[in-house]
Design a protein around this ligand. Structure first.
Ligand code: ZN
Length: 303
């Protein structure tokens, strides 16, 4: 069983394309963006092979890391026995990993470990609500921003969520890309710059971030939503948000201890999954023009 990243690396071994950073997205033209949008509005069938999709789902349901398969190993999935995957695909990207610890909260607790713990909890909660979460990593794996964006874009996901953690401040912060949304009637070109892949989705990502922030706050989990230059949101060709989890308001524990409490992480995972489920309509909504955007949050600010 494989994580999303392992799955993409496997497919890349067939030389369909290679990870050479910025060149990758240029291979995806606007028709590819339309495929992403069409997948959300239409049958929701996955664009990548059903066998690989099913393998990713099994990895999701298994809930634990397993050794990667050899890159060239085909995953057996008899068509007659492969159930259709119909739920929206959500990529969960536990930030940092490998030598990139993120913030070092204590001598023994790094941000990369908290983000993975959160991602696993969110995965379980999303599965319970009918979504198809794909883990970008399910181990202490080092991935570049470009590798993360390429993997997410290859999955034709409906939503990408980067997960961060911080001992600064309290509550949850939800970010969407700090970039101008694509204007209505903007000229379409056959190539999309790597760092502009989010432009067509930016308005809806703002909308979703604001709605999720409001919804989570209503569940007694104070959440702010705002724009921020969080990598690799700009390079994601789908709805994309980043969720940064800080200790709960009012906690008297040491911040790192409060942040690492299983009960708190579970509460965040449950509230986030509930909120995304409550905002399913945004996941399938037509891409909104920048002029129609009104979801920019008024409360809260980036730290
Ligand atoms: Zn981080």
């Amino acid at each position: 069983m494989q994580t999303l990243w392992q799955d993409v690396r496997c497919r890349n071994s067939s030389a369909r394309f290679s990870f050479t950073t910025a060149t990758i997205w240029r291979l995806h033209n606007l028709s590819k963006l339309s495929e992403f949008q069409g997948a959300r509005r239409g049958s929701r069938r996955l664009a990548f092979p059903a066998a690989l999709a099913w393998a990713a789902l099994l990895a999701t349901l298994a809930g634990h890391a397993q050794a990667p398969s050899p890159p060239t190993t085909a995953i057996p999935a008899p068509a007659a026995q492969t159930p259709a995957i119909t739920g929206p695909v959500i990529v969960l990207d536990a930030a940092h990993g490998g030598p990139d610890n993120g913030a070092q909260f204590t001598d023994t607790l790094a941000e990369k470990d908290v983000t993975l713990s959160l991602a696993r909890r969110i995965r379980s909660e999303l599965v319970a609500r009918g979504f198809v979460p794909l883990m970008m990593r399910d181990a202490d794996t080092a991935l570049s921003f470009d590798q993360r964006a390429a993997a997410a874009n290859s999955a034709s996901a409906t939503l990408y969520i980067a997960i961060h953690a911080s001992t600064l401040g309290n509550g949850v912060r939800v970010y969407s890309a700090a970039m101008p949304a694509q204007m209505p009637g903007a000229a379409r070109t056959p190539l999309v710059a790597w760092g502009r892949a989010q432009a067509a989705f930016a308005a809806n990502s703002h909308w979703l971030a604001a709605a999720v922030g409001s919804d989570m706050t209503s569940k007694n989990l104070p959440t702010t939503a705002t724009d921020a230059a969080v990598l690799p949101l700009n390079a994601i060709g789908a709805l994309a948000i980043a969720v940064e989890v800080a200790p709960p308001p009012g906690s008297t524990d040491v911040p790192a201890v409060a942040l690492n409490l299983p009960s708190y992480q579970q509460a965040v995972a449950t509230a986030l999954a509930d909120s995304i489920a409550a905002e399913r309509g945004i996941l399938s909504a037509p891409v909104r023009a920048a002029s129609g955007f009104s979801g920019r949050p008024s409360a809260g600010a980036a730290p």
